[in-house]
Design a protein. Structure first.
Length: 376
């Protein structure tokens, strides 16, 4: 266990200031000791081995970086100091917000509740279309970081009225140790844990994480190795393995695919992907097709046409998936949940406004079908 930030607990009143977003008051209350550009407090990492010449090999994700003394892994937040591997982001989130859980997105898990959401710098992929590249592709010393121990996170989450702590925005795998300790403590204090990840993690650390994780939304970025290699610097097989592990370990699972025009929207690939999901994870696995908007390194690609998203949804439903959503298109009817038994709209969503009157205790009020998910 890493030491508490600053070796002390922060008063609850200060945590509440952060939760309500009163950054000015927060800084005034605790000054530079609380938040600083480049604030970093190294802690010994998990899941690595020592090699000859004081080199180390990281075993956390499929990149398995070999790192010489003084160097860092590809994610930019894990560093070899004299033959010992350190995480540079334990207790140093660069983003702290209270979000609707629908923003993760999780549509079948405690709808209309608040989720206390944190992220640090760094990512182990390099997606050309990244929506949070300002933090995911940065090193911690280049960002303004909070000093927040797991105790601070859990106290702030409770004070905010959140039901869950979410590990999100950048890539939680690279702040694995921090996530793990926060998740353990959150469970002890009656909170649940959810995370949004690229699923690019090795099997052993993932199984350990699953003991403390309640729900996950995993990006399935495409369904070819070429797409993963060319657009993200990764590969497909480890992500599919992670999806199977999460299902085996009983973690509530949803999937997001950002549909990039001309990239991963080939109807044949989408059909194969949806068939794989049905056969390996089950037809009740919620799938979110999210609309791409030009950003980061893909500013030359237009936004996904809505008809393309609708075609992807039709293909998914033809392949037998029961809950297929269209995201990032405000007001679209496919952002709501429909009963697979009778077709009734049981959860209406417009933006982050949620009307779940058609579903009580997970049961469709019209026909009595039980919908999969965690509703209470
Ligand atoms: S977590 Fe980071 S350092 Fe470890 S293997 Fe992955 S990219 Fe490399």
């Amino acid at each position: 266990m890493a030491p508490r930030a600053g070796g002390r607990r922060l008063p609850l009143a200060l945590l509440v200031l952060l939760v309500v977003g009163n950054a000015a008051a927060w800084r005034a209350a605790d000054g530079a000791a609380r938040q600083a550009r480049g604030y970093v407090e190294p802690n010994v990492a998990l899941h690595w081995e020592r090699l000859d010449g004081n080199r180390v090999r990281c075993l956390l994700c499929p990149r398995t970086c070999t790192v010489s003394p003084g160097g860092r892994g590809a994610c930019g937040v894990r560093e070899n100091r004299g033959g010992t591997y350190y995480t540079l982001v334990y207790g140093n989130p660069c983003a702290v917000h209270v979000d609707p859980i629908e923003k993760k997105p999780l549509y079948h898990y405690l709808p209309a509740t608040k989720s206390f959401s944190i992220a640090t710098a760094g990512c182990n992929l390099e997606c050309r279309f990244c929506q949070n590249w300002q933090i995911s592709q940065s090193r911690p010393e280049d960002l303004v970081n909070q000093r927040m121990s797991p105790e601070d996170v859990v106290e702030a989450a409770l004070a905010s009225g959140s039901r869950t702590v979410a590990y999100t925005y950048s890539e939680p795998t690279v702040f694995y140790e921090y996530m793990l300790d926060c998740a353990k403590l959150a469970h002890e204090r009656g909170l649940r844990n959810v995370y949004h990840s690229n699923g690019f993690i090795n099997a052993e650390p993932l199984r350990e994480l699953c003991k403390h994780m309640d729900a996950a939304n995993i990006d399935l970025k495409g369904f070819t190795d070429e797409y993963y290699r060319d657009m993200a610097g990764g590969s497909l097989a480890p992500v599919l393995r992670s999806l199977k592990i999460l299902r085996e370990e009983g973690v509530h699972l949803e999937i997001t695919t950002l549909l990039v025009p001309g990239g991963n929207d080939d109807p044949g690939d989408l059909r194969r992907m949806c068939r794989w999901i049905r056969e390996n994870l089950g037809p009740a696995t919620p799938l979110h097709f999210s609309r791409f908007h030009p950003q980061y390194k893909l500013t030359n690609v237009p936004p996904t046409p809505v008809e393309r998203l609708e075609l992807a949804r039709r293909i998914a439903m033809e392949e037998g998936l029961e809950f297929v959503y269209i995201g990032n298109v405000p007001g679209h009817e496919a952002n709501s949940t429909y009963c697979p038994g009778c077709g009734e709209r049981v959860i209406g969503r417009i933006g982050y406004s949620v009307d779940a009157a058609g579903l009580r205790g997970g049961v469709c009020q019209r026909c009595g079908t039980v919908l999969p998910g965690v509703w209470e």
